[in-house]
Design a protein around this ligand. Structure first.
Ligand SMILES: [Zn+2]
Ligand SMILES: [Zn+2]
Length: 140
């Protein structure tokens, strides 16, 4: 049998110097599209909503990044502040956001994630960030 050589650089969490390379990972969506997919489930039925769901379910390499539990918790903790900032600025609930406002927010989340992915950060306890089980994306 041929020997397969795998470097720990190539597997697991892609954050620089993450020490949890062999731990469970997530395919994290950089734009956190699930936020609006869940908020607008059963509310928005248009083509744009369907496209958002379809693309989310494709887990395209350019849309997702592979990160460990603790780093996943950390980026979602950072997202919370950004989401709150946008809500405060728009003075309306997320549910009432226009597509333009939603795409601006998702763009900011993606940009933050791209910058954060290059940094060496410690991560956070998932228990401190994820209080309840998040709902899976509905495909219908
Ligand atoms: Zn995520
Ligand atoms: Zn990590």
């Amino acid at each position: 049998m041929a020997k397969i050589k795998i470097s720990t650089k190539d597997i697991g969490c892609i954050k620089p110097r993450c020490r949890r390379k062999l731990k469970r990972t997530h395919r994290h969506h950089k734009g956190h599209e699930k936020l609006f997919i869940n908020i607008w489930a059963g509310v928005k039925r248009g083509k744009t909503y369907k496209e958002l769901v379809d693309r989310y379910l494709q887990f395209r390499p350019e849309d997702v990044c592979i990160i460990c539990d603790q780093h996943h918790a950390e980026i979602h903790h950072i997202y919370r502040d950004i989401i709150f900032e946008h809500q405060t600025k728009e003075k309306i609930p997320l549910m009432a956001f226009s597509w333009k406002q939603a795409h601006t927010l998702m763009g900011d989340l993606r940009a933050e994630c791209a910058a954060w992915l290059r940094e060496d950060t410690p991560g956070m306890s998932p228990k401190a960030v994820f209080t309840k089980k998040s709902k899976p994306v509905k495909t219908d």
